[in-house]
Design a protein around this ligand. Structure first.
Ligand SMILES: *Cc1c(COP(=O)(O)O)cnc(C)c1O
Length: 216
C-alpha cells in the first residue's frame, strides 16, 4: 500500500458524511503512527489493551479522545477509567457493574456502549437480548455510567449479504431500545472491511484500523 497515514485520514475526513464519527484504531501501532494521524487532524483513537492504552496515552497529546474497543477485563477497568472517552466493549452485566462501581469511586460519569452479539461466530463477546432487557430494567443503579448506545461486530465473512443483515439487525435493535435510554445516540459498527455497508445500514461511528495504519 503506497498511501500514507496522512492520506488516509484526509480521505476519510473528506469522504465521510459529517454525522459519522471516525475512530482510528491504533492498537499494536507505535506512537509515531498516532502522531502522524493526529497531525493530519484525527483526534479519536481506539485501543483494545489496557496496558497499551496507558503507555501510549502518557506519551501523546492530552486532547486525544481514547476509545476502548474490544474486550475489557474487569480487573483493568479501574486503571483505564480516568483516561477513556468511550468504552465500546461492555459485553456483560458484571463488567457494567464494575464500571459503575469504579466510576462512582472517582466521581466520574463514564460513557459506554453495550456490545451486542450479532455475528454467527461463537467466539465474539457481547450481550444477547435478554441481558439487554436486564440492563434496561435495572438502569437506575447506573448513576455513574452513561449508556450512549450499542456496538457490534459483524461476522468475518466474504458474504456481504450476511454482514448487511447483521448490521441491519443491530440498527433495528438500536431503534427499538433507544426510547428506554436517556442519552442514546451512538451506533458503533463498521471496520476496514465492512464500514461502507455499516454506514448504509445506519452506523454513526466506524472503527478503522488497517485501512489507516496498514496491516497488523
Ligand atoms: C481491531 C479492531 C477494529 C479495526 O479493525 P480493522 O479491520 O483493522 O479496521 C475495529 N473494531 C474492533 C473491536 C477491533 O478490535
Amino acid at each position: 500500500m503506497s498511501s500514507t497515514i496522512t492520506d488516509q485520514i484526509h480521505f476519510f475526513k473528506s469522504h465521510l458524511p459529517h454525522n459519522i464519527q471516525l475512530v482510528a484504531v491504533s492498537k499494536t501501532k507505535p506512537v509515531e503512527a498516532i502522531i502522524e494521524a493526529y497531525q493530519a487532524g484525527q483526534t479519536h483513537f481506539g485501543e483494545n489493551k489496557a496496558q497499551e492504552l496507558l503507555l501510549k496515552q502518557a506519551q501523546l497529546p492530552p486532547d486525544i479522545k481514547w476509545h476502548f474497543i474490544g474486550h475489557l477485563q474487569t480487573n483493568k477497568v479501574k486503571s483505564i477509567l480516568p483516561l477513556v472517552y468511550l468504552i465500546h466493549g461492555i459485553d456483560s452485566i458484571k463488567l457494567l457493574d464494575e464500571v459503575q462501581k469504579q466510576s462512582q469511586k472517582i466521581n466520574q460519569k463514564t460513557s459506554v456502549l453495550l456490545q451486542i452479539h450479532i455475528a454467527q461466530e461463537e467466539t465474539k463477546f457481547g450481550f444477547d437480548f435478554s441481558e439487554l432487557e436486564e440492563v434496561i430494567s435495572r438502569q437506575n443503579i447506573y448513576t455513574h455510567v452513561c449508556i450512549r448506545g450499542l456496538m457490534g461486530m459483524a461476522s468475518n465473512t466474504p458474504n456481504e449479504h450476511r454482514v448487511r443483515m447483521e448490521f441491519r439487525g443491530l440498527k433495528q435493535l438500536f431503534n427499538q431500545v433507544k426510547p428506554q435510554f436517556q442519552s442514546f445516540d451512538t451506533l458503533s459498527m463498521g471496520m476496514s472491511g465492512d464500514y461502507q455497508i455499516a454506514i448504509e445500514e445506519g452506523s454513526n461511528l466506524i472503527r478503522i484500523g488497517s485501512t489507516i495504519f496498514g496491516t497488523r
